[in-house]
Design a binder for this molecule. Sequence first.
Ligand code: UD1
Length: 393
Amino acid sequence: MRRHLVVHVVGARPNYMKVAPVYSELEQLGTVEQRLVHTGQHYDPEINDVFFAELPLPKPHTQLTVGSGSHAEQTARALVELERLFIELRPDLVVVPGDVNSTLAAALAAAKLNIAVCHLEAGLRSFDPTMPEEHNRRLTDHVSSLLLTPSEDANENLIVEGVAPEKIELVGNTMIDTLLANVEAAIELEAWREFELRRKGYVLVTLHRPALVDSTHLITETLWGLEEIARQIPVIFPVHPRTRARLEAAGAVPERVKLVAPLPYTRFLSLQAGASGVVTDSGGIQEETTVLGIPCFTLRDNTERPVTVTHGTNVVLGLNPERLPEIPSRLRWPRRNVVPPLWDGLAGRRAALAIEELLGAAQPKRVAVTASNGNGTRNRAVSVPVAAPAPVG
Ligand code: UD1
């Protein structure tokens, strides 16, 4: 009998760390056939190829060449190419992670061909319609048949939007699975040494969001703020290609801040683990610093990951670079961070079991647990895998 075919579609850097644990757990269960498709949204080796070398992901079975462009161009190219591919492959399920343009394109192409869609990292909301990712998240969620969420707030958002509860499964954070699998090796690597930094003696920066870097005023102010931090503590900034282009266009040249090329996964994780604090506008880094217990200062007006503030180490500074100079005095707070529930290294396993169950590939043993929506007005039962899956018949 033909095994069910699951196609995972990735396109941009943060997708790889999210999909890898799910791919590898499904591979271990051995009950479905899998294909990895890369849209080519990210194509520079330094933000693409190096990640595949480090993660438990095969080289993509299909490599598309969507590349850069406006949102419409990039999404439309991916939509056309993915539709063609899905017609050829006829998958039973398409798995899409996160919120990038490739995510939406894959979800839409599959849904219109009546192929079931599984959204990994469903339900996150910044409630900020100026973020392209917010549209990608909402639209992807609403064409998905299986919505795998990382935290309870995501379940609540989906319920409020009218998503049927039986489609939603709280599995935890698969990107944290990848972090936990690599953190020991990352710390041993001591990547700070290669940049002549001391452990817990520097601030790490990552910035790439259009809301910040596409504004000449904001990127210039930000560099000024980082220079102020660097008067007190070294600052290292691995620069995303988009940010590098904008800095060059603005003629902004730092004196003290150390700009370096984007780093491979383990080296970047090493720098994160060794930092005194992190300044970012990335979603994933807010989550990673929460688990690592590193103070994180988010240069955005909002976050779609509120658990990193309520449980973790994240402070949302607002899109206010003038607040950057306060960071050196805020690096040594008492660490009371709590790792959010199910950010335990087993999210990929739970995701794989949920996928199997959707496809009817196996019947794992499950127990019902109650999840509260936090405001006491509505409770919902979610099922959590409790044991290894039953053998496939
Ligand atoms: C994308 C995602 C964002 C994610 C980020 C991670 C969307 C809407 N945005 O943003 O959510 O956090 O990836 O990095 O999908 N470029 C290169 N080389 C590359 C890729 C891009 O030089 O390999 C440059 C191009 O000038 C391009 C620009 O970066 O126009 C932006 O790339 P794009 O993929 O459109 O968005 P990101 O900013 O990377």
